[in-house]
Design a protein around this ligand. Structure first.
Ligand code: GTP
Ligand code: MG
Length: 212
């Protein structure tokens, strides 16, 4: 059993608390945008918002995988998804609208963008991943904290959660016939997204020409 000094424990507790504050801020930003969209664009783009701070065990495992000593300092420097938000939207176009608005806020600093929607992974995974920094104002300092944001449609999320379960069920070596079927399901999810987007565009045009 590893022993930690009082000082080390206190550093970890502070770090986890700062990430929690950063998530609270991000939740507020996203909730405000969601409600404001209602006024400007006449609908709420966010179906679901979920945030979490990574568990100590996962942080520890990730540092060990990277060959780093398990310290709060290393965690803050090398692990960028300690604070994570997952946003599910109804429509693909809303994802980009929301991200553009969020990233243009002057206290949101974009560190990394991985667009698996424009460039899906070979297994079919689609999602937009961002690492952003937001300031957390403490009593004696301002700290910039990393937050990972994963944004996807409901259909992409449905696919990803099943794929995740299968991946772990088969201990990361999924049989070929299942990976083929998953790829097919990803294509269907993509088809559904495009279809829904098309219906919405038509509905918007109809509303413009014949307002209630
Ligand atoms: P890690 O953060 O160590 O996972 O590596 P990374 O930063 O290179 O990963 P990336 O940004 O590509 O993905 C981060 C997270 O996205 C993962 O922890 C998963 O939650 C999710 N993700 C990425 N690829 C897949 C995938 O193929 N299937 C599913 N279900 N989720 C994925
Ligand atoms: Mg990551």
């Amino acid at each position: 059993m590893e022993t930690h000094t009082q000082e080390e424990v206190s550093q970890w507790v502070s770090l986890i608390t700062y990430y929690k504050f950063a998530l609270d801020e991000m939740d507020t930003k996203l909730t405000i945008l969601n409600e404001e969209f209602q006024h400007v664009h006449d609908h709420n783009p966010i179906e679901h918002l979920k945030s979490r701070v990574k568990s100590m065990e996962s942080i520890q495992r990730k540092l060990e995988r990277k060959g780093l000593e398990v310290t709060a300092e290393h965690a803050e420097q090398h692990i960028h998804d300690i604070a994570g938000v997952r946003v599910t939207c109804s429509f693909e176009s809303d994802i980009y609208k929301l991200v553009n608005i969020l990233c243009n806020q002057d206290d949101v600093h974009v560190q990394e963008v991985k667009d698996y929607i424009q460039h899906p992974k070979s297994n079919g995974y689609k999602s937009l991943h961002l690492i952003v920094q937001v300031p957390v104002f403490l009593s004696t300092e301002k700290k910039l904290m990393n937050v990972e944001i994963q944004i996807r449609t409901v259909a992409m999320d449905f696919w990803a959660s099943l794929e995740h379960k299968i991946y772990y069920k088969f201990d990361k070596t999924v049989p070929k016939h299942l990976t083929d079927e998953l790829k097919e399901a990803a294509d269907l999810a993509n088809y559904l997204d495009k279809k829904m987007e098309g219906i919405r565009t038509k509905m918007d045009k109809y509303k413009e020409s014949a307002p209630l």
